[in-house]
Design a binder for this molecule. Sequence first.
Ligand code: ADP
Ligand code: ZN
Length: 677
Amino acid sequence: MELSACLSASDVSVHAEATMDDALRALRKFYGYETFRLGQATLIQAVLKGRDALGIMPTGAGKSLCYQIPGIVLPGLALVISPLVSLMGDQVRALIDAGVRGAYLNSTLTPGQQRTVMHRAEEGTYKIMYVAPERLSDPLFREFAARIDIPLIAVDEAHCVSQWGQDFRPSYLMIREFIEALPKRPPVIALTATATDNVRDDITGLLGLYAPETVITGYDRPNLRFCVEKLSSKQKRSRIAGYIAEHPGDSGIIYCSTRKAVEELTAWLAGQGISVARYHAGMASEDRRVSQQRFIDDDALVMVATNAFGMGIDKSNVRYVIHYNMPKSIEAYYQEAGRAGRDGEPSECLLLWSDGDVSTCRYFIEEGAGNAELTDEEAERVRAGQRRMLEAMVGYCHTTGCLRRYILKYFGDESDVLRAGEGEGEVPRAVPHEPNAPVGRSCESGLFEHGASPSPSPTGCGNCSNCLGEFDSVDVTVTAQRCVQCVREVNGSFGKTMIADIVRGSKAARLLELGLDHLDSYATVQDSNSQVKEVIELLAAEGLLQVSDGTYPVVGLGPRCAETDAEGFTFTMKRMKTKKPEPRALAGEGGHAFGSAGFSAGDDALFERLRALRKRIADANGIPPYVVFSDKTLRDMCVRRPKDRLEFLQVNGVGETKLARYGETFMEEIAAFEQEV
Ligand code: ADP
Ligand code: ZN
């Protein structure tokens, strides 16, 4: 008791010169933002007081600021440990462009350059330094770290320390020992976008966090509009070409499940005169690098890629992510779709899927090469898990309820579930989860960005294709009951095609030979063949039926099959309407976009001009366009149309450095535009 009181007292005195006021001043000066977002203030305050902290916040929530701001205001050099070596250059360029002295140390630098960076760091040149975890075992680096004053260590992508997560990095296990070997242990802040309970415990335990101030803001990304459409492969292509044409000037990613699909779709789109880049693990590494760079620099607006693409990019102005095939899990989908709209501007996540996608995923699970190090039993457990995840994904494609709520429920985001209505069928959950801790408990009021965290209304989010009512809901209760009855009668010995044939009263020779036309469920359903199959898939996704493993899957009863006999049981399925969704730009209304309200047609024209100017400046300086200004900043500029330095500083995302660097040029362009119209 006495010891801890004494410890915290001494820590406070060490950093007594840095307060929340300093933090707020730095936020305005270097980033051009007025207020902290929910969670940011809590974490920053804890760190400034010398406490450890743990932030679990979705992509785009602003995790970087939680360590960058303390790094700026505390004396000494803050270390940021990050696994994303390919990202460090861009992260540091963005810092420098904002006027913050940043540096990075990784294997992309020559040994000579590395010595120079460490030498300059010792002279106090930098405030923030990014390092890869492997670096922590390098004796030279450890000596260097022992000599300098380190007021903070940030661990980015902290879930990498856990073997429970997908991205485990053994080198993350060295972090704790490194920190404890320092002459004076600084506060540690760990940040991640995804952490189940197991992973969260691992982060605290394996990094050796001491009673961390914890902020969990949930998984919601209000600026993303989620849409699902069921289409055949042929339809998918023209839908995509149409979509790209409807979004000129916008940057987007199209994910395909195979390299072959990437090649084919790229070729087809190129044939339509669309400029696309492609990316998959089968390409030579130099080709991949060039491709990625063209996309980051907005030279190619559309990227067609497998899931190999995206981990190492930080492009904030990706306006849409289209899935050409259904991914294998909600986790994978949300991670990939979540690359849209990091700047908080309205963006769209469109999932196109077909029955073939489901079969392909099943095939990958059953026939997948797997991991040679696993025993048969372990491999089967892995497959069982994959099957469950796939069912949840299929459920997402079929659900008639709010798509956002489906995802949040899957991740156990209770804050949303509490608000959600009943009677929509269970959503399979990722992992058992405790309700989330309250958010931002100890923040000062008035520090938060307004509207940073709008919440879905009890009736749905109002910003997904289901909530926007772009489909009809069809009652298929009877079909569902007959299918379950049929599965019961045949005792789970047939696949989905045969079940559909039986209930539809097919006269197929094999069916008659087996005497299946004598079953009670025979010829009890009038629906089309494809509709019945879809109902069976949907029943499996909801756990009312289940589809077995193996190359020839058979349909059996699911754990919840008894519910189909219950009084009042209803089952609905959705049918897409042909009506076109409203343009995405309108998504901002209704509280989902930040800062772009009141956008007129004239503003749109100016936006295009400023976007072109941004591209020219970026090319001239060799930096990505989104580093110059985010889309959100450009939009705010179009609405405000600043005429002098003071007005320019009012623009969201403009700090003093950016004003000095780009203010004149942008104001001239705005003035020129206004004279012309
Ligand atoms: P994350 O690392 O959580 O994915 P980032 O740190 O990249 O998110 O931040 C996402 C975007 O939000 C960036 O463009 C960042 O500048 C912006 N941002 C962060 N904090 C604030 C804030 N307090 N006010 C306005 N914008 C912010
Ligand atoms: Zn919704």
